[in-house]
Structures are given as C-alpha cells and as structure tokens.
Design a protein. Structure first.
Length: 385
C-alpha cells in the first residue's frame, strides 16, 4: 500500500535549469499584471475571478511550456472563446437549473468542441465554468463575456507571449514548425546511419496511442535526435575537436587578393578557410561557394568558368566595380567550435548548414584549428566498423 502511495505521489522529474524556471516565473508575472489591469478596466472586479482561473493557467502553459501543443496561439484563443461561448449558452438556456450539473455539462461540451476544433486548451475549461460560477456581474455580460474579457485576455496573453519570448535567447513562441525537419536530420544521416523512422511512422505511432500527447512532433523529433547524439557520444568515447582538428590551418587576411586566395584553396584542395585579423582573431570565413555566388552576378564572361576567372582577376587602375579582396566576399555568419568540444556536437551544424569546415577558436576568439566534416565522418565510421 505504501509503495502504491509513493508511486502515486512521486513527482515527475522536470529537467529544467534554475535560470529557465526563474525566467518562466518572471515572464508570467509581467504578463498577468498587464492582462489583469486590462481586465479590471473592461469587466470590473469580477473579472479577477476569470483572470485567476483561466489566464493564470494559460500563462503557466505559455511561459513555462512554450513548445507544448496546448500552449500555441490557436488552442489558447480557440479554447478560450469556444469554451466561454458554450458556458454562456448553457447558463442562458437553463438546460440544467442545478449549478453543478450546468457546470459539468459546460465542461463536457467544451472538451468535445475543443477536440473537434483542434484547440484543446485546459484553461478553456475554466473559461466555461467562469461563465456559470463567475458571479452576477460576469453573467450579466451574456455573450459579451466571450469578447470581454475572454477573447481580449486571450489575445493579450498570446501577444505578450510572443513579445516576451523574443527577448529571451533560445526561446520560441509560437513553436517553430521548421524545427521539425531540421531537427529530425540533426541525428546526422551521414554519420549515424539512416533515420530509424520517418515522419509518417511517428504520426502513426501517435495515432495508435489514441490519446492526446502534449508533446509536438517537432519536439519528439528533437528528443530522438538528441538521444541519438548522446548515444553516439557514449559509443565514440572522449573524442574532442582538438584530437582531429587541423592545427595551424591555412588562414586569410581581409585584404588578401581574391586570385591569390583562390589559388591557395585550389592548391590545397580545400573548400574554405578562416579569415583573421592581425591578432589571429576570427572575423569571417571564405569558401568556394562565396566565390561562385559573387561570380554569378559578374557580367563579364559567358560561361561560369569565364565569369569566375574574370571575377577573381585584379582590376587595373585605382578603382573597381567588383570585389577585390577576401574580406569583401567572406561570410560573417559564423559557426565555431572549441578545442574541448565533443565532435558529435558538430554533427547537427554540419548536417543542417552543409558546412565542410568549421573553425576552432580558443576562449579569446583566436583561430587554433579547423575541423573538417570528412574528419568527423572518418571518426564516426571507425567506431561503427
């Protein structure tokens, strides 16, 4: 018996950092203050009951679990509005004179309606109940209650969720759907083998459970990808960037001429190299792709080979109508690694960005090496053989 009670009451582990917990609470604090005063302005003191029961719960979902499917804008808005409409309708129709039965009916119909409208949102149930239990001032609003305060509050909490999470790194609200495809490939097909399942397999598995799962497909793909990465870290052992990187790599300066840099890339058969300043700090990276992109827009030459040859050639005289040095075509959107970073951590970047080389920098931003995509592949393949 005690064992059953222990299992029943045992809390579920929440693997969230202290900083994330504080941020969730602080953003919810700001949002509820703002929405609360707006509610008072439009609906009077009775609106505070609705605020506590519904918007407070919605704030927990939006600011503590922003990737949760029930936290997304349509469930928040649709769940509130549909449930509030049903609550008002049950109350005005007097189908159930008993307040408890009326509340139960409103909640029952709200859940079914939210399922069919694909906007299941737990606080919506509170919005339905508030239409019946919220006091005379709320009941006197009639269907206006659906708009004020319910719909207005829902819109406000959504907008605050969007705005406040934009100020916080690594937070996305609404959940970014594009993560689904990028993160499902993050396991690195080229390094870890073919994916164990496809999107339709995942969807079929979710459907077979015949239950509402509060984890999005994108997050499930992310969890799978990260689990695969961690499994390969364990399998590979302690292999870090410093173990496989090219030390003292070829680098360019901002003012190196295009033709000189191109010839060096071709001579060493590499697709790119870091660009550094006078103190060896990384300021960019130049690749053969950068050359091709700029040469494509060059109007001298009929074929791509001619365009490239004329593009990299130094212009005569003191003026030029094209780029002349490496710094003018280098990419400044940089992904870097550190010496003590595990090579498996580089797989998502190599996979998604299609990079061939990644600069390795020290804690001062100085280039100490370059990790090649091919080197990571070889290391992974050795452990698979």
């Amino acid at each position: 018996m005690m064992q059953w009670i222990k299992q029943f009451l045992q809390p579920i582990a929440v693997n969230v950092s202290t900083g994330e917990k504080i941020i969730s609470g602080a953003t919810a604090f700001l949002a509820v203050i703002f929405v609360g005063y707006i509610s008072l302005l439009f609906a009077g003191e009775q609106a505070l009951f609705y605020l506590t029961a519904s918007i407070g719960a919605a704030a927990v979902l939006i600011f503590a679990t922003p990737h949760n499917p029930v936290s997304q804008p349509w469930p928040v808005l649709g769940g509130h509005v549909i449930s509030a409409f049903i609550g008002v309708s049950v109350n005005l129709s007097q189908l159930m004179p008993d307040v408890i039965l009326a509340s139960a009916l409103a909640l029952c119909l709200s859940i079914i309606a939210m399922f069919y409208a694909r906007c299941l949102h737990p606080p919506g149930g509170a919005a339905a109940l508030a239409a019946i239990l919220g006091g005379q001032q709320i009941q006197d609003l009639g269907y206006l209650y659906v708009l004020l305060p319910v719909a207005i509050n829902a819109v406000l909490i959504i907008l605050l969720g969007v705005m406040l999470t934009r100020l916080i790194p690594n937070r996305h609200y609404p959940a970014v759907e594009k993560e689904k495809t990028s993160l499902s490939s993050a396991a690195g097909e080229w390094a870890l083998g073919a994916p164990k399942f496809k999107d339709e397999d995942l969807r079929a598995a979710l459907n077979s459970m015949d239950s509402y799962v509060t984890v999005s497909e994108a997050d499930l793909a992310r969890i799978y990808a990260m689990a695969m990465l961690n499994a390969n870290k364990r399998r590979l052992g302690n292999v870090y960037c410093k173990d496989i990187m090219i030390k003292s790599p070829i680098t360019f300066r901002f003012d190196d001429e295009l033709e000189t840099a191109w010839n060096i890339l071709q001579e060493h058969n590499i697709k790119g190299a870091p660009v550094v300043d006078g103190y060896n700090h990384l300021i960019g990276i130049v690749t053969t792709t950068d050359y091709m992109r700029h040469a494509t827009g060059h109007d001298v030459g009929d074929t791509m080979q001619e365009k490239l040859r004329n593009f990299i050639k130094r212009s005569p005289g003191l003026t030029a109508n094209k780029a002349e040095v490496v710094g003018q075509i280098m990419s400044k959107d940089l992904n870097t690694a550190s010496e003590n970073q595990h090579i498996v951590d580089l797989i998502p970047v190599f996979t998604e960005k299609r990079f061939h080389h990644m600069p390795v920098v020290d804690d001062k931003g100085k280039v100490v090496g370059v990790v090649a995509r091919s080197a990571v592949m070889r290391s992974m393949l050795i452990t698979r053989i």
